[in-house]
Design a protein. Sequence first.
Length: 205
Amino acid sequence: MATTPAGDTRGRRADARRNITAILDAALTCLSRDPDVSIGEIAKAAGVGRVTLYGHFASRAELVDAAFARILQQADQALAAVDTSGDPRHALTDLIASSWRIVARFRALLVAAERELAAERIRAHHDQALRHIRTLLARGQRDGVFRNDLPTSWLVAVFYSTLHSAADEITAGRLREHDAPQMITATLLSAYTPPPDSPPRTTSA
């Protein structure tokens, strides 16, 4: 049987990459079912020992951070695939549907992130995906479809807060997951509709 020379680290790097991938996959699966799942259960699901897991992620918070970053990368890819070239209101509806599917699937992971990470860190992870919303809202403001008496940055914050509020309401049992997309869409379209006789304002990112 061939062996890896003592000075050749390529095999070890490949093993490390496989372990990291397995750990993150297991973390997404386990944390999406139970935000309080133990590190030991995640390691078992990944097929590695706790020592190996901690060799790649020094703490639970670090692992949650990496898992949360991965799901936001998936969200960014999903939003990038949405056609936003048409009516901004229709495009917003499509972006909400794409965003919500990911939020609904990984709602428990968000709970875990809120317990382990600072609010600024959670928002920083969202910023990449939110650029799609920011671009659409800015275009809608320029076209006069969305209100321009408020800065774009505030409209983005309203989008972010509304999705997270819906997730919280579902977790609390006050909102059915099936009803969330329609309620989010109705809330945001109402909030973004230009008020009558509103004074114009220069938009800002």
